[in-house]
Design a binder for this molecule. Sequence first.
Ligand SMILES: Cc1cc2nc3c(=O)[nH]c(=O)nc-3n(C[C@H](O)[C@H](O)[C@H](O)COP(=O)(O)O)c2cc1C
Length: 354
Amino acid sequence: MIEKKIKLKNNILSNRIIISPMCQYSSINGSPTNWHYRHLSNLILSGASMLIIESTAVSKRGRITHNDLGLYNKIQERDFSKLIKFLKSIRNIPICLQISHSGRKGSSNLPWINYGNPLKKNKWKTISSSNLKRDIDWPEPKKANINEIKKIIYQFENTADRAIRVGFDGIEIHMAHGYLIHQFLSPICNNRNDEYGGSVKKRCRLSLEVTKNIKKKLSKNKILGIRLTGSDHLDKGISIKDSIFLAKKLKKLGVDYICVSSGGIIKKTNLNINKDAFRVSMTNKIKKNLKNVLVGTTGRLENLKKLNKNISSKKLDLAFIGRPFLKNSNWLYESLDKNYIPKQYEKAFDKKVK
Ligand SMILES: Cc1cc2nc3c(=O)[nH]c(=O)nc-3n(C[C@H](O)[C@H](O)[C@H](O)COP(=O)(O)O)c2cc1C
């Protein structure tokens, strides 16, 4: 079942495994570096049917660290264009770009320096839905005014335009993991009482405006995906009911897939990430309320027997897998029936082509 093809826009995905976006914090001035060529050329050869490139900032202020990818100027556009041509020349599968604004998560150290805590030097003032801090020892963000919100909506559109120009097959909008759009969606962080805060409808407004604007400009064959927050895993946070409300609206706007993630609005929540396939039951609840849109999830899905069952029983359509590909980007070669081994490597494997 994992190997059952599925149509996504004009593309036929050869299986249900997608490479989940994974920040590398290895860019220079937002542009991809040699590290990205090395890292992504491994991933594109892995056998997964689609690749989502890591969270990429829509503005300088919207980065998490100084080394995040960004796509908001011409130089970055030139550098992304080279990267995409290179990747497509190795293996032609759909490649989407995850676009994001970090909001109050920004101005941080690299995760391997001082645990990714806020920068002390070369820092910048972050922006969010409210002036609530991420944690006690984090700086207070600026509460975005209406003009700033309009500007952010434009920045998402601008980055999406650039991504399509450089050759991406689609866009994934990041609405999870405590990034800015999530900071508007979650009552834990959004205490506004204007049209962008309060009721679930108002908290969803930014995400819907961003989506609508991008969708309007995408040509018919380009993919539009969403990384959704299924739950905040906190009392008073986003509930599954809220996320179903948003998912239905996103579907109406014409998104092509929804990947359900969760947690991350503050550092510690009640999410337990150690269980196999830990977001599948939540995803199934959301999927049952949606028709004609592909629904997937992410988080410990590498037990392929289990994944097969979950896909055959229609609990999900797509599996967004991350860490197993960092450990061994070739792990699917001997796990899937179809042969994804590059011809140049076949002699190293006993597996016969079926
Ligand atoms: C190194 C690393 C970087 C990540 N960066 C991103 C990111 O840029 N955007 C995102 O939505 N999730 C990000 N994630 C989360 C993954 O996409 C994935 O959802 C998560 O690791 C759970 O899937 P897994 O159990 O298959 O790894 C990252 C995870 C890792 C390990």
